[in-house]
Design a binder for this molecule. Structure first.
Ligand code: HSE
Length: 444
């Protein structure tokens, strides 16, 4: 890789010429913000930001912002290698060609700002190392929870904090769907998952193919990035355990509500201080009504951090949308422009190898609902199975009678493998007609 000193064209510019790759929601919103805020930024920093090249796939496609024909190009590689471009914003998404373009931009001495979570959750370590080698910034505030300034908090304010756990509502689509289902349950109505998903799609929160959001992949990519930056270890998307919300039922939400919880899809990043193992998972979770995350409604995101010294801290805002995402990108652009001018750059620091705790070895409280025959001795038989596997029960209730009989349990903190063994054995009991979904519970 070439040395930045080989690129005198980017040395200490007053005008910082930005090349934007992609002009979708985020790219277009960023171009608009740069135009609206360039004067203020210049007054405060002495740096004039100008978008001088925009690479798009189709020059004549309609777009949300006016861009002159002299600025548009189809040649993205030409933009990142152009000596007249000082800084690159990547907003095309996906892994390739984004990876190749970012590596080329850095090799040509240009700082890069990206919102690309899929890219960073898969090959982030390679890109962070390339940025360090080039002595240029690779900033990615918008890749995690978009408008919530959280990456910078991890990279700077909490850099030295022994973080123990981070709980995040980091997908707006699923939070919107679960909020609609919960509101319907609270109103005594029908809380249908498909109807809530359709509603989210008609409002533009959910994609036509909602898999990445509802099955937890989007949140998983963000959780991997959070874990990497929080713990200084290489955590990738493949390390994340996923369970989405497509199987969450109205009846589970109703039980949760009755017991004083709300069901949220959480990204959970945890470090075991005794073994230094890291657990990264995304799954529906029962959050106590009193927990700050329980109040986060609709498509909003929030991230709750727990650390030895900071105790707890909460970050809330818009985790999606062109303008909130571009707001985070713009902050990074200013930061990178200032650093470029000062001849310095930030870094996520050295990344070690992560030891990932398998999901079987994680522990939590669990909610378990069983449809059962309403006969003498059933509760005894069922609780015997819990006892046999060392799973201690914190709450036990019967709902309904006769053919509608249902036993609902919340366990004390138990190991996943013990709970799974309990479920397997319960499935084999004659009196157990069905074992409902397992929902993990977080403590207060
Ligand atoms: N689709 C995501 C969400 C936003 O619903 O939060 C982009 O990561």
């Amino acid at each position: 890789m070439s040395n930045v000193l080989d690129h005198p064209a980017v040395d200490r510019p007053k005008v910082v010429r930005i090349g934007v790759l992609g002009c979708g929601n985020v790219g277009a919103a960023l171009i608009d913000i740069v135009r609206n805020r360039a004067d203020v930024v210049e007054q405060r920093t002495g740096i004039r930001l100008e978008v001088t090249r925009v690479a798009v796939r189709n020059i004549s496609a309609p777009r949300d912002v006016e861009v002159g024909e002299d600025v548009l190009t189809r040649d993205a590689m030409g933009v990142v290698t152009d000596p007249d471009i000082d800084l690159v914003v990547e907003s095309i998404g996906g892994i390739e060609p984004a990876r190749e373009l970012i590596l080329a931009a850095l090799a040509h001495g240009k700082p890069v700002v990206t919102a690309n979570k899929e890219l960073l959750a898969n090959v982030g370590a390679e890109l962070y190392a390339a940025a360090d080698e080039a002595g240029r910034d690779l900033l990615f505030e918008a890749a995690v929870a978009a408008g919530i300034p959280f990456v910078r908090v991890l990279r700077e304010s909490l850099y030295g904090e022994p973080i123990t756990r981070i709980l995040g509502i980091i997908n707006g689509t699923t939070n919107y769907i679960l909020t609609k289902m919960t509101d319907a349950v609270d109103a005594g109505g029908d809380a249908d998952y498909s109807a809530a998903l359709k509603d989210a799609q008609s409002l533009g929160f959910a994609e036509r193919d909602p898999t990445a959001d509802v099955e937890g992949y989007d949140a998983g990519a963000k959780a991997a990035i959070i874990a990497t930056v929080a713990f200084g270890k290489k955590v990738v998307a493949g390390d994340v355990y996923h369970q989405g919300i497509s199987n969450v039922t109205a009846s589970e939400i109703a039980i949760a509500r009755r017991l004083g919880y709300v069901v949220k899809l959480l990204g959970i990043v945890e470090r075991d201080p005794s073994s230094d193992e890291i657990s990264v998972r995304v799954h529906p979770t029962m959050v106590p009504d009193q927990h700050p995350l329980a109040t986060v409604r609709d498509s909003f995101n929030a991230i709750f951090v727990e650390g030895d010294y900071v105790d707890s801290a909460l970050f809330y805002g818009r985790g999606a949308g062109g303008a909130p995402t571009a707001s985070a990108v713009f902050g990074d652009v200013i930061d990178a422009a200032i650093n470029l001018r000062a001849g310095t750059h930030g870094s996520v620091g050295a990344l070690g190898k992560a030891t990932i705790k398998p999901i079987d070895e994680t522990s939590a409280e669990y909610l378990l609902g069983l449809d059962v025959a309403d006969q003498p001795g059933v509760l005894h038989a069922v609780t015997g199975v819990f006892a046999e596997h060392g799973v201690s029960i914190r709450v036990a209730e019967q709902e309904g009678n006769g053919p509608d009989a249902r036993l609902v349990f919340i366990t004390h903190v138990a190991r996943e493998s013990d709970v799974q063994a309990t479920v397997r054995e319960l499935n084999g009991l004659e009196a157990v007609l069905a074992v409902g979904g397992l929902i993990r519970v977080i403590g207060n």
